[in-house]
Write a protein that binds this ligand. Structure first.
Ligand code: NAP
Ligand code: HSE
Length: 435
């Protein structure tokens, strides 16, 4: 009988409880595929007495997750607490320093400290795995590190936050309000402990920075991700996009560009208008989708549940099966010392079409002022729609779609309009997703 792989679970919330349920329900199948049983031996969370819907009596309780990796009865610590620093990071560091493998679903911690932890894990020759940190149940990290490893990846982009996608697609389908739908996403276990991380785009930015490092072999650079979330979007934007033939989705996008003999890395998370005929337009609910374009594979599309107990637990346990099989590997696609430091690429020289929404005072000359700014900045307007005055505020919505052109021209037009008395708030600029 081969010795079981003994797991300590730090964190027993949505994902932690899901891991227990999965390991118990599929124990035989997992043991056959892993070559040995995977058993939970130790668990810990904040509140020992909370009912989590799973029987914890077979497991030892450990109050201090920081020392879980030092216990004799533990081979691997699974960190499912969350937070970029604090107890999660202390737990990760001490586990690796104790020579034990670490599995985590914590994208915030990997985005901020992934390079340090990976270097430590490589030095200690232990596994550090984080499949569940990106796109929930979709095995996209494994796909890029292994299945697509022969390719130079030219671009990687997609829908990386289940909560935002649930909110946007539900608002689109039902016309319900933002706050109500966010509460529903929280109740379903999709949202972060602080849902501002979801709706402000930070969670998607964490994931994009991890994906980019793996796809391009670049040093993880979360600080360089240009990030905006979905909080400024209104039901009127969604309806307007629909009338124009688009849905709105929060998209993370990364690619590289050559500059003076080296590569620069572009990373951005922003709501985009997605044409009805694009595959990402049909990604609804908490589903995620990742597109990776390889120079030999062509376009690869990965799609599946991006959040929630079962799918995330599935990704965590896949990492455990790899570890049980004796796979250590490098946490990123190449050893940390070989990851390339790429300077950030700005958006200015990028070409594209944009949707620009203005809220303007309903008075003569307001529209002329906007179109003059577009003319002066060299932005070519494809269509412009003015909606009727709102009964309460008297504000008028003006929605514009531009022809293809440099993003810098749109930024310049917005700059020219800054401080204008005609505008009741800063314009909202969303890119339109191309092919
Ligand atoms: P959660 O439901 O909020 O659970 C967090 C767990 O950590 C709880 O059991 C909590 O204990 C415990 N905890 C928090 N602070 C602690 C502390 N100071 N000391 C000890 N235990 C502490 O979170 P989750 O949704 O399972 O997410 C866990 C991780 O997975 C996060 O990094 C998250 O970003 C990531 N993730 C989540 C999903 C998802 O769909 N939910 C998907 C992918 C990745 P109590 O229960 O006693 O309060
Ligand atoms: N809060 C995250 C989301 C969980 O909604 O996508 C999955 O990482």
């Amino acid at each position: 009988m081969v010795a079981p792989l003994r797991i300590a679970l730090a964190g027993l919330g949505t994902v932690g409880a899901g891991v227990i349920r999965l390991v118990e329900a599929n124990a035989d199948l997992i043991a056959r595929r892993a070559g040995r049983p995977i058993v939970v031996t130790v668990v810990g969370a904040r509140d020992r007495n909370k009912d989590r819907g799973v029987d914890l009596s077979p497991y030892a309780w450990e109050d201090d997750m920081v020392i879980m990796g030092e216990r004799e009865d533990v081979d691997v610590v699974v960190e499912l607490v969350g937070g970029s620093d604090g107890p999660a990071l202390s737990c990760a560091r001490t586990t690796i320093e104790a020579g034990k493998a670490l599995v985590t679903a914590n994208k915030a911690m990997i985005a901020h400290h992934g390079l340090e932890l990976a270097a430590k894990a490589e030095a200690a020759k232990v596994a550090l795995k984080f499949e569940a940190a990106v796109a929930g149940g979709i095995p996209v990290i494994k796909a890029l590190r292994e299945g697509a490893a022969a390719n130079a990846i030219e671009r990687v982009y997609g829908i990386l936050n289940g909560t935002c996608n649930y909110i946007l697609s539900t608002m689109e389908d039902t016309g319900r309000g933002f706050g109500e739908v966010l509460s529903e996403a929280q109740a379903k276990g999709y949202a972060e402990a602080d849902p501002a991380f979801d709706v402000e785009g930070t969670d998607a930015a964490h994931k994009l920075s991890i994906l980019a490092a793996i796809a391009f072999g670049s040093k993880l650079d979360f600080a360089a991700v240009e990030t905006s979330g979905i909080t400024r979007l209104t039901a009127a934007d969604i309806a307007q996009a629909d009338a124009l033939g688009y849905v709105i989705r929060l998209i993370g996008m990364a690619d590289t560009e050559a500059h003076n003999g080296s590569q620069r890395l572009f990373q951005r998370v922003q709501p985009h208008l997605v044409p009805f005929d694009h595959p990402l337009a049909h990604v609804d609910g908490a589903t995620n989708a990742v597109v990776a374009e390889g120079n030999f594979s062509g376009r690869l599309l990965f799609q599946g549940a991006g959040a929630g107990e079962g799918p995330t637990a599935s990704a965590v346990v896949a990492d455990l099966i790899d570890i049980a099989r004796g796979e250590v590997g490098t946490p990123f696609s190449v050893p940390v010392a070989e990851l390339e430091a790429m300077a950030p690429a700005g958006a200015g020289q990028r070409q594209g079409r944009a949707y620009i929404r203005f809220m303007v005072a309903d008075r003569p000359g307001a529209l002329a002022e906007i179109t003059a700014a577009m003319r002066d900045a060299g932005v070519s307007i494809e269509s412009l729609i003015q909606k009727g005055r709102a009964a309460d505020s008297g504000a008028v919505m003006v929605a514009m779609v531009t022809h293809e052109g440099p993003e810098s021209a749109v930024s310049e037009a917005v700059r020219l309009l800054k401080g204008s008395d005609s505008l009741l708030e800063a314009p909202l600029v969303l890119q339109i997703l191309g092919d």
